[in-house]
Design a protein around this ligand. Structure first.
Ligand SMILES: [Zn+2]
Length: 53
């Protein structure tokens, strides 16, 4: 069973299911973006894309 946030493994929040917070939800989005826009040379750090709210 996968009942925790897939990003940080903390218990998920109803509001952000399946994530625990907006931060993790944004990190997941950032991951998709980094797949779509493969930037050669520059590794994408999700922390830089998703500022803490
Ligand atoms: Zn999380």
């Amino acid at each position: 069973m996968n009942r925790n946030c897939p990003i940080c493994r903390r218990p998920r929040a109803e509001l952000f299911t399946p994530f625990c917070s907006a931060r993790c939800r944004d990190r997941d989005l950032a991951r998709w973006f980094s797949d779509s826009y493969a930037v050669p040379g520059e590794p994408v750090r999700p922390e830089d894309i998703a500022p803490e709210e």
